[in-house]
Unconditional design. Sequence first.
Length: 444
Amino acid sequence: MARLFGTDGVRGLANAELTPELAMALAASAARVLAAHDRSHRPVAVVGRDPRASGEMLEAAVVAGLTSAGADVRRVGVLPTPAVAYLVGALDADLGVMISASHNPMPDNGIKLFAAGGHKLPDGIEDEIEAGLSADAVRPTGAGVGRVTDVEDALDRYAAHLLDATPHPLAGLKVVVDCANGASAAAAPEIYRRAGAEVVALHAEPDGININQHCGSNHPEKLREAVVAHGADLGIAHDGDADRCVAVDSAGELVDGDQIMAVLALALAETGELTKDTLVATVMSNLGLHLAMKAHGVTVVTTAVGDRYVLEELRAGGYALGGEQSGHVVLPAFATTGDGLLTALRLMSRMAATGKSLADLAAVMNRLPQVLVNVPVADKAAVAGSSEVRDAVGEVEAELGEEGRVLLRPSGTEQLVRVMVEAPAQATAQAAADRLAGVVSAVS
């Protein structure tokens, strides 16, 4: 059977694949497993959610599962995923549960788990939790049943934490924030205002149905229009659970996660906070990021695609900054996971401190044209072992030299091989990607 946990918790179509029965069993097993690892006290769990309609149902199931296993629950309501991760540590809890499917469409939902301190669970603990779903467990009774309380000041606690991590007030900046009708709808506009910015809120009226609906970080088109229409200095777009952030400059041009990391890396390097002068990125980050960092004496360490791999490398190396092109950026000194609001605050703080526009700051990196072609294949292993594919890749790499890059990556979930090519010109990248896609298709 396929592993229940994916790269970011358990996710699926709510009430079909991700049922309340599964959510309750998963929460109960998580409480039992973590209690078994530390029997010194009664376990405490923090539970939050995004505003999608199924979250109400799944929250009830998760709370029931946790309390049935003897865990006390601190319910924080609708908050961003990174807020829940932060509050696990701030409230000295043993476990955090975020009910969200992030940037996925509304019908989906998911369950993300955090260990003590707000860290994502290692694979081994997830495997124990999954194994515990089918185990017969002794349930506590009487006073042993968990209790539920609401954390009324959860947003204020999170806001205070973020404002402490913002090195320069944002007075004088006007920002349009697209909240994706998601978990940041209340938090982001309020926190940016407290930091000193003038804020125009966009897609900040969640009704349980409209989360991520033609808005947010995956659909920044309306944000780009709004920034220009309002004469704003920049725009910020979050996804449904606000662990991501992409930006728009005053002319409506998109500034992606790679460019944001470039800006933040140089800011940290300037103050001596960029540990080992190193940035962590995935193999999908644009070659332009590598070239820009090299020009400024910053080393880029690359990982496999996925925020969990970035987090592992950050912790292993003790690095200060890492992230993905999608806008999932991690600053370990202030957060245990990607935090879109923290990222935006640091970006705007850099603008305010330097007096430079976002366009000027982002210009440190020249984003090379990047073409991605998904090639359906019958046998991914045959492609990986093909001398014809290796020879074709070698030829293209030789033609591009240091001004381009080729990456072939099998999909982890589909019968696809992803062909990615970067080059100084769009036409060059497209031609090379199409050529390699043809070779991949022919050998499979």
